[in-house]
Ligand binder design. Structure first.
Ligand code: ZN
Length: 87
């Protein structure tokens, strides 16, 4: 277990893009549960909230984002679960 890591070849990513928090980059963009269009890019196709590492959102904005998404779900502006095939 302990020696496993030394055997792994560290591969560099082709283009390691630096992710910038969307809300820090654009101060005019406000996190609001009444505006689901802002929140939608942070959900995957199943309606789950994307991880901070996937989106690059900072801790402060991720915290506000999750509460906004949860509020929007209660207001039925965003789905709790999406894209389930019903036959
Ligand atoms: Zn931020």
């Amino acid at each position: 277990m302990a020696n496993e890591k030394s055997n792994v070849i560290i591969r560099r990513r082709a283009f390691p893009r630096k992710k910038v928090c969307k809300f820090c980059a654009d101060p005019s963009l406000k996190i609001d549960y009444k505006n689901p269009e802002v929140l939608k890019p942070f959900l995957n196709e199943k309606g789950m909230i994307l991880h901070r590492r996937q989106t690059g959102t900072c801790a402060y904005h991720q915290r506000r984002l999750t509460t906004a998404i949860k509020r929007a779900r209660i207001m039925a502006l965003l789905p709790f679960v999406a894209d389930i095939e019903v036959e």
